[in-house]
Design a protein around this ligand. Structure first.
Ligand SMILES: Cc1cc2nc3c(=O)[nH]c(=O)nc-3n(C[C@H](O)[C@H](O)[C@H](O)COP(=O)(O)OP(=O)(O)OC[C@H]3O[C@@H](n4cnc5c(N)ncnc54)[C@H](O)[C@@H]3O)c2cc1C
Length: 292
């Protein structure tokens, strides 16, 4: 069954996003997380793709590890255009295919640290839509996920232009749109309405990241500029310096977000789990999902 069909059917598409661990300790935590989360029977486990060569190899190693432990779980590699020629992208896609990866999260990528704008390498690609076209044309066996931005991409010339480019990515072959994290559901609902209005009929899967401490909040605000609503800030202020109370506040907020999104008929949820399972498990259990 194609991934799009999974999301279009009545079955709920759950996905978990991992990143390549940097130390043996964080790798051990990653596997524990994977083992705990597969019980929710995700449609997909994905792994991010970094800018450096060694991190890129790590992405496929993580997905190998997931498949080795849980052969029935479908895995997706994120892939960006940063620093790669088209031939290098092809090589990665061939390798991913050989290793049993069934889906690609096709992205442009961010400008490397210290650079203000994204500049494609010679013989490289400029936009995610070009990567989607490459995959759809030369590697039709892959399902393709693309990124959407409920609060508009930071570099977009306008929200309208950003949506038109999203429409292009979907028309080029994106099967599912996974959104950037957000903390105000109204942003997602507005985004969904605007997608429908311009004729995007690709399943839109909201991306949620339960925040469990203050440090993460500062990182989110600076990295992806997600708006942090007053109710969210207040919940964290009420938790004070107590890490356990901060964790509870984050879980509670994300659970209410997930609950409302599900009630409003989203086809799935993409959880940015940050290689840790406790918050994700609590959120999913609070919205009535159980582990097998
Ligand atoms: C679910 C998800 C997963 C992610 N995973 C990773 C990861 O693993 N590794 C990583 O490095 N980054 C990751 N990112 C971040 C992502 O790479 C950045 O947000 C990046 O800046 C944009 O990528 P994109 O694929 O959305 O780009 P694009 O869709 O190419 O859009 C980039 C910008 O160009 C504009 N644009 C698009 N097409 C055109 C066109 N034809 N003409 C003019 N302008 C155009 C858009 O409006 C937008 O402003 C992820 C983001 C999300 C939401």
């Amino acid at each position: 069954m194609s991934l799009r069909t999974t999301y279009e059917n009545d079955s709920f598409g759950l996905s978990f996003e991992l990143f390549p661990p940097k130390t043996p300790e964080s790798e051990a935590m990653l596997w524990q997380t994977v083992d705990e989360l597969v019980g929710f029977e995700p449609a997909l486990i994905t792994c991010t793709y970094g800018a450096g060569g060694s991190t890129q190899a790590k992405t496929l190693e993580v997905l190998d590890g997931v498949r080795g432990r849980h052969p029935a779980v479908a895995v997706a590699s994120h892939l960006t255009c940063v620093g790669s020629t088209v031939d290098q992208l092809r090589e990665y896609l061939r390798e991913a295919d050989q290793r049993g990866v069934s889906a690609i999260v096709a992205l442009r990528g961010d400008p490397p640290q210290g650079e203000a704008a994204f500049t494609p390498v010679a013989d490289g690609l400029r936009y995610a839509s070009e990567l989607v076209t490459l995959i759809r044309t030369e590697f039709p066996q892959f399902n393709i996920l693309v990124a959407g931005y409920p609060e508009t991409h930071q570099e977009a010339v306008s929200p309208e232009a950003d949506l038109e480019f999203l429409k292009q990515k979907c028309a080029a072959g994106g099967d599912v749109v996974v959104t950037q994290l957000f903390y105000n559901n109204a942003d997602f609902f507005r985004f969904r309405d605007r997608c429908t209005a311009i004729g995007i009929d690709t399943p839109l899967v909201p991306g949620l990241m339960p925040v469990t401490n203050f440090k993460q909040i500062q990182r989110i605000a600076s990295l992806c500029k997600a708006e942090l609503p007053e109710a969210f800030i207040k919940a964290f202020e009420a938790a004070g310096d107590d890490p356990a109370a901060q964790f509870e506040a984050g879980v509670e907020y994300a659970s209410r977000q997930a609950e409302e999104l599900i009630a409003e008929g989203v086809p799935g949820l993409h959880l940015y789990v940050l290689n840790k399972s406790p918050a994700a498990i609590r959120v999913l259990e609070q919205v009535g999902m159980t582990r097998s």
